[in-house]
Design a binder for this molecule. Sequence first.
Ligand code: ZN
Ligand code: ZN
Length: 268
Amino acid sequence: MQFVFLGCGDGHGVPRVGCRCQVCHDALAPDSRNGRTGPSAALRGGPSYADRVVLIDTPLEFRLQAVRLGLDHFDALLLTHAHDTHIVGLSALVQAQREAGLPLPIYAPAQVLDQVRERFNHFWTDKVYRRVVQPRPIEQGVDLWGLEVRPLRLDHGLGGTAYGYLFSFGRGRLAYISDMLRPTAEVRQALTGLELLVLGTSHYYEEIELWKRSVMDIVAALDLIRQVAPRRALLTHLSHTVDYEAISARLPPGIGLAYDGLSVEVEE
Ligand SMILES: [Zn+2]
Ligand SMILES: [Zn+2]
């Protein structure tokens, strides 16, 4: 099974509008790994998974991300939380599924689905869209064609509550935790000994007080990774303060920065 990063930027993306910093400037170069669109990822199964695609979140650039990677159908959508950055691209996904004549099951804890409905009520009420959009609240977890998915409730700091997802498929175990400030004891335990851990980190180090923040920094992530010891860890949800080349060079073996379009093979 492949884990694919559709986008690995924070909510502002890189380059940011109007920013003239060195990272934003570098991000304009065609092959720059500093060019980052909104946070989204997908699990893509090979023949053993009937080529299914399970998408996580739909940021603003979802349509461009999907086109760039040649993803033309989605079997399920998982949502981490209802912040703009993670859901504003939902319309494009719903339209694409509708055009393709495919349903779109949307999995998330009930509270997240309620918030999404407040923003996209027509998907729940309009009869054209009700044929496509299938909201599926999950509490403990769900089995998606042999892929076991378990939501993890996360402390998103100033951002409130978000969810991460723990995946098991065969022997492969991985987690996608894009928006967490502090790991709870339960989360720490769930993340122990994974094959792949994906963590969201907006900056290398943030000096402002913890209560004003919403996502962990790379320094805190390295500490957590040391404790839970995954075979491989990748950092995503990166802002323009993170220069791909400079920061990658400072990371220990087995830990790397994600970039848009990166695809990682996860053993099954
Ligand atoms: Zn910048
Ligand atoms: Zn976020």
